[in-house]
Ligand binder design. Structure first.
Ligand SMILES: [Mn+2]
Length: 313
């Protein structure tokens, strides 16, 4: 089996949220042997280390509607540069958060490398589609998805390049169960494509798979943003905000496999991982499995490990 080349970018940014414990996420994935596990799935990942993030104790909050924006933009510019370089070299990109605002740089970089011709599949219990004008918290991890589609604060929409990062018709938002009214208004006004928990319970997975089909027919390349809080806390207790009505393992694994088999996934960000809340590292383990399946690989860390070490003879 030929190995797929990938680049890992650690993004221990937690300034987009408030004290969710997600800044140690990248190191926890490394401790969980992400490199070795992906290798058994056919992905040869090179770890480029972490982008530097200043501690919040050294920083000014700034505008309370856009908390810590200057440092968040600075970090995301660096993520965007590294992502863009890797995509141009035809390497798959894995961005390990960090809070979800790291998606801003990741998708901006990938989009720039692909001249804006990029689809985005976005797993999240929340909308992340507020702007500085509608936010209730001032936390940028609730705004960057709007920014990627050109809405809201210009300093955020223009990270890495002045061009639109994701055309609104090239977004699929999956797993939503907790949208703010302003986000619902934006979704309706802009006719965004969403597949919520309610849609899932009402219709089953069919319409979601149809959305993925039409996205892959429209754009050659897709980025996947995986907020672990889209997954039920039974399977992902280590999410920054654990979700009691999230996607089951069966659902997230099936959708991920479908994406991996039907889309060219150029990169993935896995975000909002809080190792301190995890149980037996199972959230990290699930994250690694989903990375492999989203890149179209089969994941069986245990059987691969057994074979490699000749323990099954
Ligand atoms: Mn999110």
């Amino acid at each position: 089996m030929s190995q797929t080349a990938a680049t890992i970018i650690g993004a221990p940014l937690d300034l987009g949220a408030q004290n969710l414990g997600v800044d140690i996420g990248p190191d926890a994935f490394r401790y969980q042997k992400i490199i070795q596990k992906l290798e058994t799935a056919g992905i040869k990942a090179e770890d480029t280390g972490d982008v530097a993030v200043r501690d919040r104790s050294e920083l000014e909050i700034g505008d309370h509607r856009l908390r810590y924006m200057d440092e968040i933009i600075r970090v995301n510019e660096e993520i965007a540069k590294k992502t863009s370089d890797a995509v141009k070299q035809n390497r798959k990109v894995i961005v390990l958060g960090g809070d979800h605002s790291v998606c801003l740089g990741a998708v901006s970089g990938a989009s720039a490398a692909l001249n804006g011709n990029l689809g985005l599949v976005y797993f999240d219990a929340h909308g992340d589609m507020n702007t500085h004008e509608t936010t209730l918290t001032g936390n940028i991890h609730g705004m960057h998805l709007a920014s990627l589609m050109g809405f809201g604060e210009p300093a955020l929409t223009k990270v890495h390049s002045d061009q639109l990062k994701v055309a609104k018709e090239n977004l699929i938002h999956i797993g939503g169960s907790d949208f703010d009214q302003a986000e619902i208004d934006l979704i309706k006004r802009e006719h965004l494509t969403t597949f919520t928990l309610l849609d899932l319970l009402r219709s089953g997975l069919g319409p979601c798979l149809d959305m993925i089909d039409s996205l892959s027919a429209r754009v050659p390349d897709v980025w996947v943003s995986l907020d672990l809080d889209s997954i039920d806390r039974i399977y992902a207790p280590g999410a920054g905000m654990p979700n009691a009505k999230g996607l089951t393992y069966r659902e997230i694994a099936t959708i991920s496999q479908y994406i991996g088999q039907n889309c060219n996934v150029v990169g993935i960000d896995v975000v909002e991982y809080n190792p301190l809340q995890d149980e037996d590292h199972k959230t990290a383990e699930l994250g690694i499995e989903l990375i492999a399946t989203l890149f179209g690989k089969e994941y069986s860390w245990y059987s691969g490990y057994m074979k490699k070490n000749k323990l099954d003879s």
